[in-house]
Every structure is written in structure tokens, then in C-alpha cells.
Design a protein around this ligand. Structure first.
Ligand code: ACO
Length: 322
């Protein structure tokens, strides 16, 4: 049996840091409220003109270096993003051009905060089936571009960034299982009102910012993630004590703590980046993974549980032997 295995990781955060204290000057909020309700203290914001693909390229190059592969080796590119540079060409194609690659499939997956897990699950199937031999999987976002900086209920949460992994075939496990789900009946709890085909009524503002009924999203997120991690553990016939690291989507510290509690995992075995990065949607899981790989916490052979929940609603989890 062939598996896909993570051969290298990378990440990139834009230079500009926006702190809770900075936000106190923009909207009616306090550092204390943001820290207590979310766990976030600061986030990175893309520079004017800096796009999702700019961030993705830097993360991709780091992951390629870590995996010891060159652009010529890559034969599959998939980007999870909610904030593509343009409607088309898709971010995968734009990234392919930046990296000087031609011919291989390159596309984006749109699943909000679950975008990276969805992308990873797709790439895993191609690599494990032998169709792709070196897949570049990205989660990249410039959420600051669809954030209403006058809305205190959303602008304190989101940040920009990109994470990347290289997946290669391996006879040793690798990705053990991926579990994806969605429920579109919740499309009115977390959304942008307009896009390409659905346009504002005449006289309505053109801007299409993230709108979220945070409290209701919170409740569904906690319940869904608890069910999802249980499903993943059960499907693999393991006890959750076998998991070395939980790598959650970094939406809210209280959501992460609830998931860890359900798994019986101490917070020391949970990778947290949201304090310094905020919620970077599809970028948060691969950036957290790369952070813990580079600081030496995650070692070869460790069992990882990655999970995410986001707009749609969408959700996904992957259990992987690193
Ligand atoms: N500063 C101060 N007060 C605030 C702020 C703020 N930034 N934002 C809201 N409040 C106020 C509200 O107005 C409300 O006041 P009221 O009681 O007088 O009406 C009070 O704080 C409580 O508001 P809630 O929305 O109930 O606060 P909650 O504790 O639920 O925290 C939060 C809000 C952080 C958004 C939380 O609900 C959350 O994290 N939700 C889940 C987000 C998530 O997981 N999203 C999915 C991924 S994102 C994606 O897919 C793009």
C-alpha cells in the first residue's frame, strides 16, 4: 500500500503586525476583551499590493527547501484559499507561473477555514494513488481584504498568512485518513454577502465583507469538531492518547480547548499560534504545523491530528504520521 507523506513544510507571515492595542484605536474594543474571548494578541496584515499568491510563493519555497525538492519535481499544485488574487486564473496557476513550473494540474479549493484540510485530502488521494509524485499543498489568505475594519465583532479576529507542505509517496504511513464534511444550511451564519455572480442591489455598498454571527458559529464549531475528532480516532482504531500533537485551526482558544478536552489531550500537546497570528483561515493549520516542525516539537514518526472548521459550514480532519 502506498501513502502520501509530508516531506517538508513552510510558512510566511507578512511583516506588518497589528496589535490589540492598535485595534483599540480603530474600534470600540479592549485588549482584555480580545484576549479573554479569543486568545488573540496580535495578527499580521499584508502590505498594500501584497497578495495571497505573494504569501503563498514564499511559504511554498520554504516547504520545497525543507523537502529538498525543486520546482522541476512538483507535479501537482492545490491552494486552499478564501481570498484569491483574482477570480481567474486560480491561485494554483498563478503560483505555478511564479515557481516556473509548467504543465502540472494547478487549482484552488474554496472551503473557507477548512480549505487547507480539503486541499490536503485531495492531494493525498492523487499521491497515494501514484498519480502525483510531488504535490505542493498550500493554505494562504489575505483576509484583511475582506474584513470590515469598522466591525469590532470580526476585525479583531482575522489575520493574513500562508502555509505550505510538500507531499510525496511513501511505503511508510503518512497520511492515515482524511475526514471532510459540510452543511450548507448554515450559510447565513458566516459569509460574505456578495461576490461575482451575486451583486449588491442598486444603491447598496459594493464592498463585500465577512459577516459572522460569532456566538452561533462558536456553538456549532465546538459540537462539530468534537464529533469530527471522535470520528477520526474511531476510524483509525486508536485511542486519542496515541496522538502526539493536535494541530487545530486557530479560530478561538476556547474552541481549541473544548476539542482538546474531548480528546483528553493536555494543552501542552496542542500547537497554538493564534495568540500571535489570529485566525488566518485556510493558512492556520499549515502555519501551525510548520511552526512546531521548525521549533523541534514535532518529530519524524509523531502522530498528528489536524482539524479545521469554517464558513459553509465546512469541516475536515486529517490523521497523519509525520
Ligand atoms: N470588543 C468588545 N466587545 C465586543 C467585541 C469586541 N471586539 N465584539 C463583540 N463584542 C460584544 C458584543 O457586542 C456583545 O455585547 P452585548 O452582550 O452587549 O450584546 C458581547 O461582546 C458578546 O458578544 P458575543 O458575540 O456573544 O461574544 P463571544 O463570546 O461569542 O465571542 C467571538 C465572539 C470571539 C467571535 C466568538 O463567538 C467566536 O470565536 N466565534 C467562532 C468564530 C469561528 O470559529 N469562526 C469560524 C472560522 S472563520 C472562517 O471560516 C472565515
Amino acid at each position: 500500500m502506498m501513502y502520501s507523506r509530508i516531506a517538508g513544510t513552510g510558512r510566511y507571515l507578512p511583516e506588518r503586525v497589528l496589535t490589540n492595542q492598535d485595534l483599540e484605536k480603530i474600534v470600540d474594543t479592549t485588549d482584555e476583551w480580545i484576549r479573554e474571548r479569543t486568545g488573540i494578541e496580535r495578527r499580521h496584515i499584508a502590505a498594500p499590493g501584497e497578495t495571497t499568491v505573494d504569501l503563498a510563493e514564499k511559504a511554498a519555497r520554504q516547504a520545497m527547501d525543507a523537502a529538498g525538492v525543486t520546482a522541476a519535481d512538483i507535479d501537482f499544485i492545490v491552494v486552499g484559499t478564501t481570498t484569491p488574487d483574482v477570480i481567474f486564473p486560480n491561485c494554483g496557476c498563478l503560483l505555478q507561473e511564479r515557481l516556473g513550473i509548467r504543465g502540472c494540474p494547478a487549482f484552488s479549493v474554496e472551503a473557507a477555514c477548512s480549505g487547507f484540510i480539503y486541499a490536503l485530502a485531495v492531494a493525498d488521494r492523487f499521491v497515494a494513488a501514484g498519480t502525483a509524485r510531488c504535490a505542493l499543498v498550500i493554505g494562504a489568505e489575505t483576509l484583511s481584504r475582506i474584513t470590515d475594519w469598522n466591525d469590532r465583532s470580526t476585525c479583531v479576529i482575522f489575520g493574513d498568512g500562508a502555509g505550505a507542505v510538500i507531499l510525496k509517496p511513501s511505503a511508510e504511513p503518512g497520511l492515515l485518513s482524511c475526514h471532510l464534511g459540510a452543511d450548507g444550511t448554515y450559510n447565513d451564519l458566516l459569509f460574505t454577502p456578495y461576490g461575482t455572480s451575486r451583486r449588491p442591489e442598486p444603491g447598496m455598498p459594493e464592498a463585500s465583507y465577512i459577516q459572522m454571527k460569532g456566538n452561533e458559529v462558536f456553538k456549532v464549531a465546538v459540537k462539530t469538531l468534537e464529533r469530527l475528532v471522535e470520528e477520526t480516532v474511531t476510524a483509525n482504531g486508536i485511542d486519542s492518547s496515541a496522538i502526539d500533537w493536535l494541530i487545530p485551526h486557530q479560530a478561538n482558544l476556547r474552541i481549541i480547548e473544548a476539542t482538546a478536552k474531548r480528546l483528553g489531550m493536555p494543552m501542552e500537546r496542542v500547537i497554538l499560534t493564534l495568540r500571535d497570528q489570529g485566525n488566518t483561515s485556510a493558512a492556520s493549520v499549515p502555519m501551525a504545523l510548520d511552526t512546531a516542525v521548525r521549533d523541534g516539537r514535532i518529530k519524524r514518526g509523531d502522530l498528528l491530528l489536524m482539524e479545521a472548521f469554517g464558513g459553509g459550514f465546512t469541516w475536515g480532519a486529517c490523521l497523519a504520521r509525520y
